[in-house]
Write a protein that binds this ligand. Structure first.
Ligand SMILES: Cc1cc2nc3c(=O)[nH]c(=O)nc-3n(C[C@H](O)[C@H](O)[C@H](O)COP(=O)(O)OP(=O)(O)OC[C@H]3O[C@@H](n4cnc5c(N)ncnc54)[C@H](O)[C@@H]3O)c2cc1C
Length: 368
């Protein structure tokens, strides 16, 4: 068994596997460790289709193409045509396994093993992993925590947990759903959203919940769900400030809180952040270059979306204003630009504020 490498990566989700693959392409010696090859990450599986081109991924793993998204609030529904920039639905067990295989094919050494412990030395990192019934030590120059929202490495190294929010979700067979639906309102997802996404076999629904309010049952009632089903809970990172590096350990993906506020899009940002880190390591830059490059690319977008979420999802009154705003095709276009077209496009916060003032000072159009 290989017990020495330059970069040891813990966690083979989209972040870890993308990092391993990119490092191998740059001929950087790496080991990728994943606890359970059969793990299925709880996830809506929505990724923008053009991410497949950006990361050179095979589109045969797309289970469904989504050409319309629905924004819903109480009885109001707005259809937004995204056929020029469609979304893909992937099945996470299959998608993660494919990404892991891609890393292996590129030259990464991949182990099914569990990270247990770490000792940071002056010139290296010694990590203990459990492989079968044996505990092995792997020596590396750097360790990468790509171990998700419950990151054990973050708890050990940064002495904190990933800031997060609990989601409730369920897989349903009887509910027909062909578009990705985003549902808003204080009763079903206060300050957040609830979703209904098609999957390979049926529909995945869920809500980003807080506190004791029965958001999930309120949401199910609003959808008219009457099928017997199990409700699961899983955390999702709530971006505040990303964590990038500490004492020979890099953080990427959910462990770093790199999930876009408002939309909670995490798959793309896990892969993209991994690519930024791979380039920094390949170019032998100082570790803080990772944070600099990430901030240059994404900080403004993350901060602005966080502010927009705080304002537009503050309460039902603000959600109603947001829905009025999204009736306009030109605002829909702006949203698609920001969300699905150019990742580099900067969000003009003041544009939304001017619009908000206009909406607050104008009367709603009468609808028949
Ligand atoms: C209910 C729900 C719905 C979501 N829907 C969407 C969506 O539709 N679209 C979207 O873009 N994002 C969505 N997300 C967010 C998305 O799933 C994450 O942001 C994304 O998976 C982050 O990738 P990652 O590689 O950082 O972490 P993960 O995908 O969580 O991968 C971490 C890996 O590390 C492994 N691991 C953990 N600890 C250890 C250990 N000690 N040893 C070895 N291995 C370990 C885990 O088994 C896991 O495979 C959703 C999240 C939730 C909870």
């Amino acid at each position: 068994m290989k017990t020495e490498c330059e970069i040891l990566i813990i966690g083979a989700g989209p972040a870890g596997s993308t990092l391993a693959r990119e490092l191998s392409k740059h001929a950087i010696d790496n080991i990728l460790v994943q606890r359970n090859f059969n793990f299925k990450k709880p996830c809506g599986g929505g990724v923008r289709v053009d991410a497949f081109d950006e990361f050179g991924l095979d589109k045969k793993y797309i289970k469904k193409d989504i050409h319309t998204i629905i924004l819903a609030f109480k009885e109001k529904r707005i259809s937004v045509d995204i056929h020029e920039n469609p979304l893909a639905i992937v099945e996470r067990r299959e998608f993660d396994s494919y990404l892991r295989d891609e890393a292996k094919n590129a030259g990464s050494v991949v182990y099914e093993a569990t990270f247990i412990d770490v000792q940071i030395q002056e010139d290296c990192v010694l990590s203990s992993i459990k492989i079968g019934n044996e505990i092995k030590t792997i020596k590396s120059k750097y360790l990468v925590a790509a171990d998700g929202v419950n990151s054990k490495i973050r708890k050990m190294i940064n002495k904190d947990q990933v800031p997060s929010l609990m989601t409730n979700y369920a897989d349903l067979n009887s509910l027909a759903c062909t578009d990705c639906e985003f549902h808003f309102g204080e009763e079903i997802a206060s300050k957040e959203y609830a979703w209904s996404f098609p999957e390979a076999n049926g529909t995945n629904i869920g809500t980003l919940s807080r506190g004791d309010t029965p958001y999930m049952s309120n949401f199910e009632n609003s959808l008219g769900v009457d099928e017997e089903h199990k409700i699961y809970g899983y955390k999702i990172p709530k971006y505040d400030k990303a964590l990038f590096y500490k004492t020979r350990v890099f953080f990427v993906g959910d462990s770093a809180t790199q999930v876009l506020p408002f939309t909670y899009e995490g798959i793309y940002y896990a892969m993209s952040s991994a690519k930024i880190l791979a380039e920094v390591l390949a170019q032998r830059c100082e570790p803080d270059e990772y944070e600099k490059r990430w901030n240059k690319k994404y900080l403004r977008k993350f901060q602005t979306l966080k502010k927009l979420q705080q304002i537009f999802l503050y309460n039902d009154f603000m959600v109603a204003l947001m829905m009025r705003m999204y009736q306009s095709k030109s605002i829909q276009e702006k949203m698609i630009d920001l969300w699905l077209r150019d990742r580099k496009v900067t969000i003009d916060f003041m544009f939304f504020m001017r619009l908000l003032v206009r909406l607050l000072t104008s009367r709603p159009k009468q609808t028949s």
